[in-house]
Design a protein around this ligand. Sequence first.
Ligand SMILES: Nc1ncnc2c1ncn2[C@@H]1O[C@H](COP(=O)(O)OP(=O)(O)OP(=O)(O)O)[C@@H](O)[C@H]1O
Ligand SMILES: Nc1nc2c(ncn2[C@@H]2O[C@H](COP(=O)(O)O)[C@@H](O)[C@H]2O)c(=O)[nH]1
Length: 203
Amino acid sequence: MKREKGLLIVLSGPSGVGKGTVCGALRQHDTDIKYSVSATTRSPREGEQNGINYFFKSKEEFEKMIEEGEMLEYARYVDNYYGTPRAYVTEMIEKGYDVILEIEVQGALQVKESFPEGVFIFLMPPSLNELRSRIEGRGTETGDLIESRMTVARDEIELMDKYDYVVENDEVELAVERIKSIVTAENCKKDRLIHQYKQLAEE
Ligand SMILES: Nc1ncnc2c1ncn2[C@@H]1O[C@H](COP(=O)(O)OP(=O)(O)OP(=O)(O)O)[C@@H](O)[C@H]1O
Ligand SMILES: Nc1nc2c(ncn2[C@@H]2O[C@H](COP(=O)(O)O)[C@@H](O)[C@H]2O)c(=O)[nH]1
């Protein structure tokens, strides 16, 4: 549902936990939520398209975006930059759409500073062994890169108490239902607060 102002939803969690898969499934359920496309200096994987999966940038292009204040947040993750272009997110929120960001933990904590009214959800794997098999099963990284991602994952999991919600991704459809419930509840809370605020303003 479109409102006066949309909700910013930050879906975070370790690489390979299933953020992209869960967002893809959520998209099938809720076509009104807008998905922010990140920028990155990582090379495209087979099948990834510029402007759809990511905006693929050179290091120089990315650093220029940072300098020009175009990033809502950004982080260096395993030797590459990743960041959220600010313009799309603020435009959609102002238009009343809920917007979801699918980002790692350093970036999520930056967004929490600038957008404390956002909803911060940490997607949790059933176990570290399952996380490793998901990364391996995806087949997009090998050897050292898998180890680097697993090392970062352990640090990220330690920060999950900084989030408003922790959602287990045991089964994709269950994770989607949990996220949908959170979004519905948070929107009700926001509507109630706006209603109370308007009543007070009228008194
Ligand atoms: N609930 C699940 N059960 C089993 N496999 C899953 C589940 N969710 C996702 N996967 C699988 O795990 C792999 C990683 O998922 P995905 O690419 O969505 O993770 P991600 O968190 O978006 O990763 P990254 O942050 O690196 O982009 C994929 O092969 C996906 O099919
Ligand atoms: N801080 C940000 N992190 C992001 C963003 N877009 C994606 N990511 C995260 O980076 C890692 C690696 O992604 P991969 O596509 O190379 O597997 C993963 O945790 C993503 O969620 C972003 O805009 N900002």
